[in-house]
Design a protein around this ligand. Structure first.
Ligand SMILES: Cc1ncc(COP(=O)(O)O)c(C=O)c1O
Ligand SMILES: Nc1ccccc1C(=O)C[C@H](N)C(=O)O
Length: 412
């Protein structure tokens, strides 16, 4: 059976097949970039229209109460919680990953006052380390020291100076997945806390924060949760760490009584204290609607589909002699990979541009990686087969060598 036929067969047996119709995907493209920006769910367009026209337009400021706007950070947080294995009361939806990291890193240093090191994994998405560097400038080297080491050196680097280990579960470049349970236990064994970045996990694979004993986590709403460009992020803090230190972005939405307009800050109890200012209601409503698509779905079923898609794609790459020059960076071992496949080639940028021009939307990561993101809710095996075919044509024809594929856009 050829790969396209095999894909058709797999699609017909896919238990999540109907979910694709919930998205407004363009007919003439294959979209494999849901690991950067999730596709548009139809229910989000409807919700945003209703929020703008009816809630904002007609009910105006009464909507904060009447339509529950004021509670959105907590109610949307509770909708995200089951997707990341968090019991109620520990997740709030607000701000961006970057801002939330600042709050949590400061909390971690506050919870471990005799330690100052934030240990990170070299090569992780840079904003995580950048936020730590900002905290270091603010607090000084005696209270905050950033230390980045390679994956293989993490175990040795965990010592009694480490306040918190900050790790991304799925690496944005390679798609490699770390062992959350094992690394969390290793950090705890040396008395450190652990903070996981779930940007490439939430909505694509099951996460068991409570069960793994994780202390803190962050993630974004715009990738596999499909909340739209710049959707609000989320933040998890385990119950046992609540009400112990005041997070530094102590805005009025995290105040115990925001509408008392007290001159002094008094933190709200629990996770609510991790809010800062007024939530972006339209974006929050878009994410809230997008999350409804996960209702009733087993996270394990998403994982099965995601692994089947990435596995199918990787087998196709390995079987095609025209793709021999592309190095597969993503681990073949299922437990070790997330929901993307990354291929390395010296001409990766031009290859990605060529694929995009042909209607297969992928992205490029500097200097030499093409990423193929597979979103289990809407990508099909046929998408994977078309991408393989297109990639094969691009490589065998050398079409990417054309000058017009060399121009770099501002956002890649
Ligand atoms: C692992 C990871 N962390 C953080 C971010 C970005 O965070 P923010 O929401 O602050 O833009 C991304 C992607 O943009 C990411 O892949
Ligand atoms: N937030 C963005 C804004 C613009 C363009 C890309 C992003 C991404 O999210 C990139 C993604 N984090 C990545 O894994 O590369």
């Amino acid at each position: 059976m050829n790969r396209r036929d095999e894909a058709t067969r797999l699609d017909s047996h896919d238990p999540l097949r109907a979910m694709r119709d919930a998205f407004a995907l363009p007919q003439d493209r294959v979209y494999l970039d849901g690991n950067s920006l999730g596709a548009l769910p139809r229910c989000v367009s409807e919700r945003v229209r209703a929020v703008v026209d009816q809630q904002w337009g007609r009910d105006l400021i009464t909507s904060w109460n009447v339509h529950g706007w004021v509670n959105l950070p907590l109610s949307v947080g509770e909708k995200i919680a089951p997707l990341i294995g968090a019991a109620p009361g520990q997740v709030v939806c607000c701000d961006s990953i970057s801002v939330n990291l600042f709050k949590l890193l400061a909390t971690a240093l506050g919870l471990r006052p005799s330690r100052r090191v934030v240990l990170t994994c070299a090569g992780d998405f840079p904003t995580d380390a950048y936020m730590g560097q900002g905290l270091h400038s603010l607090l000084g080297a005696e209270r905050c020291e950033m230390r980045a080491v390679g994956v293989g050196e993490l175990a040795d680097a965990l010592d009694e100076t480490v306040a918190v280990l900050m790790m991304t579960e799925v690496d944005f470049r390679s798609g490699r997945r770390h062992d959350m349970r094992e690394l969390t236990a290793a950090a705890h064994a040396c008395g450190a806390l652990v903070l996981w970045d779930l940007a490439h996990s939430a909505g694509a694979l099951p996460v068991d924060l409570d069960d793994c004993g994780v202390d803190m986590a962050v993630g974004c709403g715009y990738k596999f949760l499909n909340g739209g460009p710049g959707a609000p992020a989320f933040l998890y803090l385990a119950q046992r760490h609540h009400n112990q230190v005041t997070q530094p972005l102590s805005g009025w939405f995290g105040h115990a009584a925001p509408f008392a307009f007290d001159p002094d800050y008094r933190a709200a109890p629990g996770i609510s204290a991790y809010q800062a200012g007024t939530p972006g209601v339209i974006g929050m409503q878009a994410l809230d609607a997008a999350l409804d698509l996960f209702t009733g779905l087993e996270p394990a079923s998403l994982r099965r589909k995601s692994l089947a898609l990435t596995g199918f794609f990787m087998e196709g790459v390995a079987a095609d002699p025209a793709l021999a020059a592309m190095e597969v960076l993503t681990p073949t071992e299922e437990a070790r990979r997330g929901s993307q496949v990354s291929l390395r080639h010296p001409e990766a940028h031009a290859i990605a541009q060529c694929l995009i021009a042909a209607g297969v939307i992928v992205d490029f990561r500097d200097p030499d990686i093409v990423r193929f993101g597979f979103a289990p809710l809407y990508n099909s095996f046929t998408d994977a087969a078309i991408a393989l075919q297109c990639l094969s044509t691009v490589l065998s024809a050398g079409a990417y060598a054309n000058e017009r594929y060399r121009q770099r856009a501002q956002v890649t």
